[in-house]
Design a binder for this molecule. Structure first.
Ligand code: NAP
Ligand code: ZN
Ligand code: ZN
Length: 350
């Protein structure tokens, strides 16, 4: 198969910094779309994978799964896109297309799901490379359409952070009359505030960062609680219908289970690398649930992008040049980002 050499930023090992490298992209298959990546968000999952937090990371690795850009070429059978269209690619770039989950447009449950980086590359061998790079090639059925009217850089984070919080809010029927807690105000958490408000819910934020208490009200939260203050926490006991937990590191779930009303759920989307112990009484009493959610399907991702464009929802971003990526990773690890880093991919040409 024909390939193209392109510039990228990646890492050769879990304790190595990211640096410029040359990688290969496949030539176009009949259903492929090639696009120039204009902006790419930095999700905490990029950092987990680059640091091999879960084990099983493959190196060399080019992270990046919140890509937006403009189509530069299309395969002979592509019908959904043309050269010049604005497009996005998130976490999922292929799946088996035949299983019950693929048929119901929930590709994130498919055993044959292929992710946008660090997944086996069936065309070129080895693992595939993500969006910290000049271009991307993807089957048109996994490419999303981006409106011409949005702030493109601030829309990039919706490709992962947006769908990961939108999908559970839909599944658990969040809307008017529902009291929603959002735990951890980073990339996912701050977008969750905006989407939960657009759904009409009452939003209470739980943060470990003093400075974020006032700022989350600016983002639209109805109340903000400093979760390290037991007095403030106690006031919310037995009040919440759903708590979306976006925390990336080890923390005590039991404290939050106790804030749920009867039949309420804590829904985990954060991926702390450690186990999270649960006291049985905290779920048995009140018939409470502890569950999780993983991104969302391709159709739902398009629905989310259209919903956000219509409601003027984008991420609050700090734009960086790609050469600043290692400092950005250090700050992300400390929870010091307001609220999503996005790479201006033009800097890769420097
Ligand atoms: P992020 O921007 O780093 O935000 C995480 C937030 O968690 C921090 O801003 C901080 O919020 C809080 N936090 C961090 N360490 C903490 C600790 N030790 N104790 C309590 N709170 C802490 O990360 P993100 O990009 O939003 O991603 C969040 C998590 O979701 C990551 O684990 C990521 O891998 C995962 N993720 C999962 C999916 C999925 O499909 N399920 C998709 C994308 C990402 P405060 O300062 O407000 O406390
Ligand atoms: Zn992500
Ligand atoms: Zn499938």
């Amino acid at each position: 198969m024909e390939t193209k050499n392109i510039k990228a930023f990646g890492t050769t090992g879990a304790s190595e910094p990211l640096k410029e490298m040359t990688i290969q992209r496949r030539g176009l298959m009949p259903h492929d779309v090639e696009f120039e990546i204009l902006y790419c968000g930095i999700c905490h999952s990029d950092l987990h994978q680059a640091h091999n937090d879960f084990g099983g990371s493959n190196f060399p690795m080019v992270p990046g799964h919140e890509m937006v850009g403009r189509v530069t070429a299309i395969g002979t059978h592509v019908t959904k896109f043309k050269v010049g269209d604005l497009v996005g690619v998130g976490c999922i770039i292929d799946s088996c297309r035949e299983c019950e989950y693929c048929k119901q447009d929930e590709q994130m449950f498919c055993k044959g799901e292929v992710l946008s980086f660090n997944s086996p590359d069936k065309y070129l061998g080895g693992s595939n490379y993500g969006g910290y790079s000049e271009t991307y090639v993807c089957d048109e059925n996994y490419v999303l359409r981006i409106s011409e009217n949005v702030d493109l850089a601030a829309t990039a984070p919706l490709l992962c952070a947006g769908i990961t919080v939108y999908s559970p809010f839909k599944h658990w029927n969040i809307g008017p009359g529902k009291k929603v807690g959002i735990l951890g105000i980073g990339g996912l958490g701050h977008v969750a505030i905006k989407i939960a408000k657009a759904f009409g819910a009452y939003v209470v934020v739980f943060t470990t960062s003093d400075a974020k208490v006032a700022d989350t009200q600016r983002l639209g939260a109805d109340e903000a609680v400093l979760s390290t203050d037991p007095e403030q926490m106690k006031q919310h006991t037995d009040t919440l219908d759903l708590i979306l937990d976006t925390v990336s590191a080890k923390h005590d779930i039991n404290v939050y289970l106790n804030l749920l009303r009867a039949d309420g759920s804590v829904v985990l989307v954060g991926l702390p690398p450690e186990n999270l112990p649960i006291n049985p009484f905290n779920v048995v009493k009140g018939r409470r649930s502890f569950s999780g959610s993983n991104i969302g399907g391709i159709g739902e991702t398009q629905e989310m992008l259209d919903f956000c464009a219509q409601h003027n929802i984008t991420a609050d971003i700090e734009m960086i040049n790609i050469q600043e990526i290692n400092e950005a990773y250090d700050r992300l690890l400390k929870g010091d980002v307001h609220y999503r880093f996005v790479i201006d991919m033009a800097s890769l040409k420097n």
